[in-house]
Design a protein around this ligand. Structure first.
Ligand SMILES: [Zn+2]
Length: 299
């Protein structure tokens, strides 16, 4: 039933809660380290101990799993610009992650490293492959067991109106679709703007749902695009959505509310989701950033 929000929907909504748009990458790195299991931070089993001085040097780096962290189309499906993580062993001295390119290997510097995981950004032109790491002495690891699929970012939705009618910023990696959140993945793009900035409908649509959720979305509204099954979700509005009657028509560019920070939000921002298919009704969220950039007159 699209007209009513079920308990399941309310529970699911909590996972959309987002942190402050524009948070720097540093807290994300700290979070990553803090969330690791004790077992993961134990010394690598194959660490070579040099006797005498108590100095230890890691063995050959070992790559195990590769997962896409942000800018992802799936767990092992990345786009250029995505942050990917390789988990493994003896990564203490890893310095580069190597992708396959049309003209040969494409090494890139790491954006994070500890003994059991490294992160790097997929460079433009990288092809689907099983990446590996190289350490500071040029020693290379095996390739990851499973392949990382790399494909061009999804094309944006059709013509639309940028949802924020005012100055805004997209923030850093932590604002992105797919960014790690406490126990879940960020399902939208956070765009920071002053509280009170008007929010408008991106397309001709009908109201699918408008409500309030203290623990997550705050005041939010779900718009169902006319003519497709796409849904657009606006969260953390300052107050109740201006359009709230289910099935009421909303024109592209019509105001639906104003930017706020209600619910689980730190700082004034719009949390924007783009669903292909029905919102919690068989559809799934996709990265809205390509569409937002296409609609943004200032981008
Ligand atoms: Zn968010």
């Amino acid at each position: 039933m699209r007209e009513r929000i079920s308990r399941t929907k309310i529970a699911s909504l909590a996972i959309s809660a987002c942190a402050l748009a524009g948070a720097s990458a540093a807290p994300a790195l700290a979070q990553d380290a803090a969330s690791s299991d004790a077992a993961q931070v134990a010394p690598p089993a194959n660490e070579a101990h040099i006797s005498g001085g108590g100095i230890s040097a890691p063995g050959k780096p070992v790559a195990e799993r590769v997962v896409c962290k942000t800018g992802c189309l799936g767990r092992r499906k990345a786009t250029p610009g995505a942050v990917v993580k390789i988990k493994g062993l003896s990564l203490d001295y890893a310095s580069q992650m190597v992708f396959r390119g049309t003209a040969g290997p494409m090494p890139v510097s790491l954006t994070y490293r500890d003994s059991v995981r490294v992160r790097a950004i997929v460079p433009p032109g990288a092809l689907s492959s099983r990446p590996y790491v190289i350490d500071e002495q040029g020693e290379r690891s095996n390739r990851t067991k499973r392949k990382l699929t790399i494909s061009a970012a999804l094309p944006p939705a059709g013509p639309g109106v940028f949802p924020i009618q005012g100055t805004h910023t997209y923030g850093g990696p932590d604002s992105r679709f797919g960014a790690a959140r406490n126990g879940h993945t960020h399902q939208g793009q956070d765009v920071a703007a002053a509280c009170g900035t008007p929010l408008v409908s991106v397309m001709n649509a009908t109201v699918q749902y408008a409500g309030y959720q203290a623990s997550g979305a705050g005041y939010y509204v779900v718009l169902d695009n006319n003519g497709t099954e796409d849904d657009f979700v606006y969260m953390h509005l300052a107050g109740p959505a201006l359009v709230h009657t289910v099935n009421a028509p909303v024109a592209a560019g019509q105001q639906v509310g104003v930017v706020g920070q209600t619910g689980d939000a730190e700082g004034c921002h719009l949390h924007f989701e783009f669903w292909q298919g029905d919102w919690y009704g068989g559809g799934h969220p996709i990265d809205p950033l390509p569409s937002l950039l296409a609609w943004d007159p200032t981008a």
